[in-house]
Design a binder for this molecule. Structure first.
Ligand SMILES: C[S@@+](CC[C@H](N)C(=O)[O-])C[C@H]1O[C@@H](n2cnc3c(N)ncnc32)[C@H](O)[C@@H]1O
Length: 292
C-alpha cells in the first residue's frame, strides 16, 4: 500500500478537482487537435501516473470507443478513481516497470508525471509497451498566470505558519518530486533521445476565470472550490508530514481561515461582485511515435 503522494504531496481533491477543470469539455478541441489520435478507432490507451483519474475520465468521454487502462503507484488515488470514474480499468502499478507485455498499446499518455520519474525508465517503458506506430503523449504544466482575488490574500498568521513550515519541509528532496524538470526544448529532445519519431509540440491554454461570461455558474463555483481544496489539503499534508512541528490546533486554525476566505470569495461570486481573479494554465503536449 503506497500512499506517499496522496498523503504528503498532493491530496485527492487537489488533483481531482483541478484536473476536472483543466480537462473540461470546454477545452476538449484544443487537446484533441494536439493529441492527433484517429477518431472512431478502438484505441487501447494507457494513462501513466493517473492520480485520482480526471484525465482518464475525460479520455473516456472524448474517445468513447477506446479501451482505457490507467495506472498509478498511489493506492488512495486508485481506489478513489475506481469509485468515481466508471468505464476505465484503474490499477496500482509502477511506471518504471509497467506490468504489460511489449507492444500492447496504441497510445500512452501522462499529465504532470514526466518530471518525477527517471527518463530512461519513463520513456523506455512506454516505448516497450507501445505497438509499432503507437503514440506517446506527454502533458506537462508550464508557467501560467495566477492572480488571486483580494480577499484570498495571505493573512499574517498564514504567512507565519508557512514560514515556519518552510524550515522543516524537505518533501521535494525526500520523495524526489520534480527531480527531472525539463524545459520546453528539453522535453521533446528527451523523446527523441529515447527513440521516438515524428515528434511535435503544442500548448493548450486553459483559462479558468470564474467571472468570465462564458463560464457557467456551476463551473465558476467549481473553480473557486478547487482552489479551496488545494489550500485545505496543503495544510493536511503539512500535518501528516511534520506532526512534531505543527499541532492539530495550529492546522485547524489555518483551515478555518482558508474556509472563511473562500466563503467570502464564493459570496462575492454569488452576489455578482466581479473580482476577475484568474488561473491560466498552460499545458504543453509533446507527441511522439514509435517506429512502424
Ligand atoms: C503530479 S501527480 C499527477 C497525477 C495525475 N496525472 C493528474 O494530473 O492529476 C503525479 C502522479 O504520478 C504518480 N507517480 C509518481 N511516480 C510514479 C511511478 N513510479 N509509478 C506510477 N505512478 C507514479 C504519483 O503517485 C502521482 O499520482
Amino acid at each position: 500500500m503506497n500512499t506517499i503522494w496522496s498523503n504528503y504531496i498532493q491530496g485527492i481533491k487537489t488533483l481531482y478537482y483541478s484536473r476536472k477543470l483543466r480537462f473540461d469539455t470546454m477545452f476538449r478541441e484544443q487537446y484533441k487537435a494536439l493529441f492527433g489520435l484517429e477518431e472512431g478507432k478502438k484505441l487501447k490507451i494507457l494513462e501513466i501516473g493517473c492520480g485520482p483519474g480526471a484525465l482518464a475520465g475525460a479520455l473516456h468521454r472524448w474517445y468513447p470507443e477506446a479501451e482505457i487502462i490507467a495506472i498509478d503507484r498511489d493506492s488512495e488515488f486508485i481506489s478513489f478513481a475506481k469509485e468515481n470514474e466508471p468505464g476505465i480499468y484503474f490499477m496500482e502499478g509502477d511506471a518504471t516497470a509497467l506490468p504489460f507485455e511489449d507492444g500492447s498499446f496504441d497510445v500512452t499518455i501522462s499529465n504532470t508525471v514526466s518530471e518525477h520519474i527517471e527518463p530512461e525508465k519513463f520513456y523506455g517503458e512506454q516505448l516497450r509497451v507501445l505497438k509499432p506506430g503507437g503514440v506517446c503523449l506527454v502533458l506537462s504544466a508550464r508557467k501560467g498566470i495566477h492572480v488571486y482575488a483580494k480577499c484570498l490574500t495571505k493573512r499574517p498568521e498564514e504567512e507565519a505558519f508557512w514560514k515556519k513550515v518552510e524550515q522543516y519541509d524537505d518533501t521535494m528532496e525526500r520523495f524526489a518530486v520534480c527531480k527531472y524538470p525539463m524545459s520546453e526544448a528539453e522535453l521533446p529532445l528527451e523523446l527523441q533521445i529515447h527513440g521516438f519519431q515524428n515528434i511535435s509540440t503544442g500548448y493548450a491554454t486553459i483559462n479558468l476565470t470564474p467571472d468570465h461570461p462564458a463560464v457557467s455558474p456551476e463551473m465558476a463555483q467549481a473553480m473557486i472550490n478547487a482552489n479551496r481544496y488545494t489550500a485545505l489539503e496543503a495544510i493536511d499534508s503539512v500535518r501528516s508530514f511534520m506532526p512534531e512541528q505543527v499541532t492539530e490546533a495550529e492546522c485547524q486554525a489555518m483551515k478555518d481561515i482558508v474556509e472563511e476566505k473562500y466563503d467570502i470569495r464564493m459570496e462575492q461570486y454569488q452576489k455578482g461582485e466581479k473580482q476577475w481573479d484568474t488561473n491560466v494554465n498552460i499545458t504543453m503536449v509533446v507527441r511522439g511515435e514509435k517506429e512502424k
